[in-house]
Design a protein around this ligand. Sequence first.
Ligand SMILES: *Cc1c(COP(=O)(O)O)cnc(C)c1O
Length: 378
Amino acid sequence: MKSYGRQTINAEDERAIIECLRSDFLTQGPKVTELENSVAEFCSVAHAVAVNSATSALHIACLALDVGPGDTVWTSANTFVASANCARMCGAEVEFVDIDSSTGNLSLDALEQKLSQAQANNRLPKVLIPVHFAGQSCDMQAIAKLVAPYDIKIIEDASHALGGEYQGKPVGCCEYSDISVFSFHPVKMITTAEGGMALTNNAELADTMRLYSSHGITKANNSDDSPPWYYEQHLLGYNYRMPDLNAALGVSQLKNLSTWVIKRNALAQYYDKAFAHTEVEPLKHVIDGVSSYHLYVVQVDAQKRLAVFNRLREQGVGVQVHYIPVYKQPYYQALGCQTLANTEHYYARCISLPLYPTLSNEEQDTVVRLITSALSEV
Ligand SMILES: *Cc1c(COP(=O)(O)O)cnc(C)c1O
């Protein structure tokens, strides 16, 4: 038992990569399109743009929504830095919305309050980026309703939540958002090694994101008499393309996703049961939907957290803390970002326990025994 999460690679994944290596395409080829179509179908969404990371996907999503200097983007601080960095990459300001410390997701009360304050101060954000923490979707219907009176776009950072459901629909379907983003980093739900994807139902946003992901270049001819080698650069884009080799792995991985989500949910329930009537508090499941259980997070007494964490690490349990609030990073401190009460409360108490599809109940028993005995001894 090594880490809080790890990838699962089977023989079919290996075959898919070797087959791609022997094909004519290593970078741009049919597997990228196949992965885009497969994920779009899985998520019931119209358009998917595969890129080389979720960070790139968040960046092109912000660019497509025209985020730039003078704009403000809001996100949660209980996330990986990329959820906020994407706005800074566009030259925009970032502000953080507090979380509900029992779920790690954006707090609706905090959002409502911050919106009315921002309206009074004429500082409304251009984009809100809710993060589906640990795999549980934010309450997107409620969030969309809160921002509806203002002209605020929504990007779901669904990096944790591929395979999850909200109100009976797949996370990523963009029912209540403009764009959704997934990560295919090895610790996430499926992997392409490095990789990510931006999904949308808006064809124009999809085209713009695709342009930004590949130098701003389009091959589409504007006139019929242009020569066969013709291409045009329309804006300043990046090379964020996903290689075919990585997409081949993704296509193969996606076939296992539904099984893995079921497995992760069963393992999470096993932990939940074991921690009932103990001082270990698992995150609460509050939405109408299915968590992908990317992470299994518990909270313990803040006074004991460090000692328990160290004890578990010494005993070979790869616990982790998700996340150091983004505003605590020196980069964001230098920008004057403020501390948030619920985020602090959560951060002082959280520990992520091992959870991945090949984890066994016996290994879970060991984790439960070690954490409960550590808590009683420290
Ligand atoms: C992993 C992660 C990212 C960044 O993903 P990459 O594919 O590594 O760029 C962004 N946001 C969240 C919430 C993540 O967990």
